[in-house]
Every structure is written in C-alpha cells, then in structure tokens.
Design a protein around this ligand. Structure first.
Ligand code: DOR
Length: 426
C-alpha cells in the first residue's frame, strides 16, 4: 500500500513533512517522497491535503463485555474505535464479572484479538471493585493485563492504595484512578453548583476530586509508582498535577474530550446526555484543562467511552447512569475545540492522543510511531472537512454530539497494515 503526498506528523520523532509512505504487509517499509508502486495491485491512497498520524491510542474505554453487551461488545466497540481513528484501546475492567480474575481477563484479551484493532485491558485493583482486598497483580500481569484500575469506583482505603502502588511499581505497570470521594456527593454525575441548584438535586462537589488527588499524589511521590489520574475535571486538580510533575514525572493525568468541550450548562439542554462521572464543571475548569493539555501537565486525551442504552439515559436525571460514548467524536472535538480555537497545534493534539497515552503503558516502542520498520498503525484525516454524525457505529448512541457539526474527519484507519475504516465504512 502506498500513501501519496500526505502530511505526516509523528510526535515520537518530530517528523512533520509532506511525504509518501510505503506499507508492505503490516510494516512501514519506507517514508520518502516520490515512491512508485512496485506492483500494479498495490493500493494507492491519495493523501493530498490530508494528514497522516500514528493510529490513535485511547487508554480509557468501556466495551461492557462481558455482562452488559446490550450497551456495547468488544466487536462493536472496536468498530467505533476504528471509525474514530483509534488503532489501540485499553479496556476498563468494570464489566460483569469484573476483570479481577484471570478467566475474565483471558476472555477479554482473546475476543479482542479477533477484532480489527489492538485491544488491551487493565485488570481491577481490588477484588469485586469493593476496595477491600487487592487482586493478584502478578498473576493478572502475567496473563496479559497492561495495568490496573477500578475505574468507576474510587478506592477509599489509603493503605490499600499504597500497597497497590508498591505492587504495581514492582511490575512496572500503571495504576489508573477514578478520583471522587462519595462523602462530597449527593447525586453523582452533576456538578454541585448553579445547575444542580436549579434542578434542586444536589450534586458532586469539586472537593470530591481535589481531596482524592491530593491524597494520591502524596502516595505516588512516596512510592514512585506510575499513577494516572483519570478524566480530570477541576482546575485545582490540574494545578496539583502541574506542581507534582515538577519533581515527580511518575504522576500522570488524562482529560476527556467532554471535559475540555462542555461545562455544567450542557445539563440544561442535554439532560442525562451530559451526565458523567466526574461531572462537567465550570468554564474556569474547562479552561484549566485546556491549559494543562497545552503545557503538558496533562499528557493524555482519553475518551472514557461509556455506552449506555437509550432507555437507561432517558430516565430522570438522578436515575440515569453516568457517561457518554466518545470514540467517534474525539479527534474532531480536539480539532474543533483545541486546534481551530488556537489552543493547541495539531501536532500537540496528536501527541496527546498517541505518544502520551502509549507512554503511560511503556508501549511507545511498539505503537504510536510511524517510522520505518514499525507496525503500520495509522490514521489519515482531513482537518478541514466538517461532518455531522447521525448514527454512531457504537451499539449505543448516548452522545451530546449526535447531530452536531464538527470539523476534522477521519478518512482512513489502517491497523496492522490493513484498511479497517474508510470514509464511513468498516
Ligand atoms: O461517567 C462515567 N461512566 N464515568 C466512569 O468513570 C465510568 C463510566 C461507566 O462505566 O459508565
């Protein structure tokens, strides 16, 4: 396969130029100008006016398999990922049963292997996600878990968190944390503030996140473990990470597209489609997340792709589950909200969606690098093309961005040398 005249941006090497790319089988064979087809059967993609980047990496998705496959399964999740330009995802472990045991982990990994993309999985930090007893980190790691997380549920026992960090450090795997102390929450998924007041439902105070981040930064400093603060939502949280990273680069943070795009006001017109944990907060928080993404305090954009059925989301706001799907709109939200508005360069955006997340899992030598002799995982996109999604590839449709015009369209996703998505089809 040859991609002709494309602008290749590769954060790993700093490459940024118009070039041709020749892919042989599943490997990048050469990157240079004016490559001619060796064989008349070679596929030739015209990349004129398009960008090419490493296949996007999302380290925070919920494919709901096993247990909640009416919302999503590993196959439909993989299709949604490919449609969004993602070639590697890391599954969260809040399935049913949850991934606190080797059998479930093996099921997930094996099923992932029969999809078009690279599917990795974390295992749980604690048994049954109950926050009382650690899982068998070593056994789960040896069976293929790339990290540990109880995402969806915060871990309240600080001693247990410390023990988890120590064990993860020994194995050189990251611990990803959902930081929301329930003591500060009346109803989750909604910021405690003017909107929760208008709706008269109480909400989730910002202290819920800040207090947990404060605690875990200290434990991360003490233990040296790679710790990832998931879906950061408060300006204080961003500042805590910024300060901590001055001396401790083992502390990482991720931001989701909805937290850099929307504020609590979205609840007023999108209702439960704007309900997520942690909640959308204030304009000052949104701006702080953007500045964290700009200066590298936040190295990772991760979608928290959280499918829920139409009926579940149609319930009254306090009953509906939290979360929205995000894979198919992430790149476009980055271009529309961050690049077009002048906050990030397209290269910075791509770095936060490829090298940043890959590095958290120490995978930067294997993925997220479009260089000669590397595996051919690529996304080709048009940063100037606008589009509107009326139907997502995901099994669920719970997105406030359905029917909204966005800019930055994925044209091709190439995974392991194969076109797995092309202009609306996979
Ligand atoms: O809104 C959310 N939904 N946040 C999470 O952390 C979990 C997710 C889910 O699993 O639905």
């Amino acid at each position: 396969m040859i991609i002709k005249n494309v602008r290749l941006i590769n954060p790993r090497t700093g490459f940024d130029d118009i070039t041709d790319i020749y892919i042989k089988e599943n490997v990048i064979e050469s990157i240079e100008k004016d490559i001619d087809a060796e064989d008349p059967t070679d596929t030739v993609i015209d990349g004129t006016n398009l960008y090419c980047a490493p296949g996007l990496v999302d380290v925070h998705v919920h494919f709901r398999d096993p247990g909640f496959t009416y919302k999503e399964d590993i196959y439909t999740g993989a299709k949604a990922a490919a449609a969004g330009g993602f070639t590697t995802v890391v599954l969260m472990a809040n399935t049913k049963p949850c991934v606190d045991n080797i059998e479930t982990l093996k099921y997930v990994i094996e099923k992932g292997k029969s999809t078009d993309i690279n599917i990795l999985s974390v295992a749980n930090v604690t048994e049954g996600m109950k926050g009382c007893k650690l899982t068998d980190f070593e056994g789960l790691y040896k069976a293929g878990a790339v990290g540990v997380s109880d995402d969806g549920v915060p871990i309240m026992d600080a001693d247990l968190v410390k023990e988890a960090f120590l064990q993860a450090k020994k194995l050189n795997i990251p611990v990803s944390l959902h930081e929301e102390n329930k003591e500060y929450i009346i109803n989750n998924g909604i910021n405690a503030g003017k909107v929760s007041d208008v709706l008269d439902i109480g909400g989730s105070k910002r202290e819920a996140e800040i207090s947990m981040i404060e605690r875990d930064i200290e434990i991360a400093k003490e233990t040296g473990a790679d710790v990832n603060i998931q879906h950061i939502s408060t300006k204080e949280g961003v500042e805590l990470i910024r300060e901590a990273r001055k001396t401790h680069k083992n502390i990482h943070a991720e931001a989701s597209p909805h937290h850099f795009t929307l504020t609590e006001d979205a609840l007023l017109w999108h209702f439960a489609l704007a309900k997520m944990n942690p909640p959308l907060r204030l304009e000052s928080d949104r701006k702080a997340i953007i500045s964290g993404l700009k200066d590298g305090t936040i190295e990772i954009i991760a979608t928290d792709h959280a499918p829920h059925s139409k009926d579940e989301k149609a319930q009254e706001i306090t009953k509906a589950p939290s979360g929205i799907i995000g894979l198919e709109t992430a790149l476009a939200l980055g271009i529309t909200e961050l690049v077009d508005k002048g906050y990030l360069t397209v290269n910075e955006l791509i770095e936060r969606m490829t090298l940043g997340p890959a590095s958290l899992y120490h995978l930067e030598d294997e993925i997220a690098d479009v260089s000669v002799s590397k595996r051919a995982d690529l996304v080709i996109f048009d940063p100037n093309e606008s589009f509107t999604i009326e139907k997502f590839k995901s099994k669920s449709q719970n997105s406030p961005f359905k029917g909204v015009k966005l800019k930055g369209k994925v044209k091709y996703t190439i995974s392991n040398g194969r076109i797995v998505y092309q202009d609306g089809k996979n």
